[in-house]
Design a binder for this molecule. Structure first.
Ligand code: NDP
Ligand SMILES: O=C(O)C1=N[C@H](C(=O)O)C[C@H](O)C1
Length: 239
């Protein structure tokens, strides 16, 4: 498969290494400083799929540029979901292919699955309060993390006594606290904690490296070409 990499930072470089191991060719790299190329230099004749990991402020423009070029795009950038409905609409208008996940790690997607089940079950039994905590490296730009937002939104859907989230300690019982910590080179840890007067139950995912995210993004890139519409890890992993 011929891959266009958009963003050649921590994720782009990890993906490039693992793509070669899986027999793929990096047919082009578009990056703010590392190369002079732009997405408009590429067409479906030159690349099969694009993988985008850049920045919250550039992701939407990069995704729309790929869609307009007719290139299926796997996007991993977080912090741009206020534009997601527009991206979906454009994908459908153009008959394009867009894959988005706030976290491509298979382990995190299992964590998402168990998070939904756990929220519903904990609410059924009652007596517990719930909070989300995420820990990332100090270069991370967006806060809360995309993964924490996906987690919180699912808790709000399945644990009806929480109706909204707050990126600070909760001030009212209806608020779900998302606590964000930035520490050194921490790759990404997410913890959901249920506390009652008598005990604590926790669901935790801790990434040891970026390899899990990169493998998931490559699985998505291998799966997407030939499919029309907007997809995510639930469809890919059949969760
Ligand atoms: N969904 C998932 O599984 C994961 C998502 N992420 C998300 O992916 C994004 C990137 O993460 P990461 O690789 O760690 O970040 P880095 O900062 O290490 O890399 C981002 C790269 O994108 C480049 N860039 C910035 N703007 C543009 C642009 N407009 N066009 C092309 N390239 C651009 C940067 O260039 P320069 O450095 O010169 O500014 C840099 O090389 C973040 O939003 C992060 O939250 C990260 C890990 C997993
Ligand atoms: O910026 C990162 O590094 C990460 N970002 C994603 C997020 O915001 O959830 C995924 C992962 O946690 C690493």
């Amino acid at each position: 498969m011929k891959i266009l990499l958009i963003g050649y930072g921590k994720m782009g470089q990890t993906i490039a290494t693992l793509a070669a191991d899986r027999g793929h060719e990096i047919a082009g790299i578009v990056d703010l400083h590392a190369t002079q190329l732009s997405i408009s230099d590429f067409t479906p004749e030159k690349v099969d799929v694009a993988i985008e990991f850049t920045h919250p402020d550039s992701a939407f423009a990069n995704v729309t540029a790929c869609l307009r070029q007719g290139i299926p795009v796997v996007c991993g950038s977080t912090g741009w979901l206020h534009h997601f409905e527009e991206a979906k609409q454009l994908t459908n208008e153009l008959g394009g292919s867009l894959f988005y996940a706030s976290n491509y790690s298979v382990g995190v997607n299992l964590f998402f699955h168990f998070n939904e089940y756990m929220a519903a079950k904990m609410h059924q039994f009652g007596g517990y309060d719930v909070a989300v905590r995420e820990i990332h490296h100090t270069q991370k730009i967006d806060q809360p993390s995309g993964t924490a937002l996906t987690t919180a939104e699912a808790i709000i859907r399945h644990f009806p006594s929480k109706t909204t989230w707050r990126n600070e300690p909760a001030e009212t019982p209806g608020e779900l606290a998302i606590i964000s910590e930035r520490a050194g080179e921490a790759v990404g840890t997410h913890i959901v904690t249920y506390s009652s007067a008598v005990d604590i139950l926790e669901l935790k995912h801790e990434a040891h490296s970026r390899e899990g995210f990169a493998v998931g993004a490559l699985l998505a890139a291998e799966w997407l070409p030939g499919r029309v519409g907007v997809f995510g890890m639930k469809e890919l992993l059949d969760l």
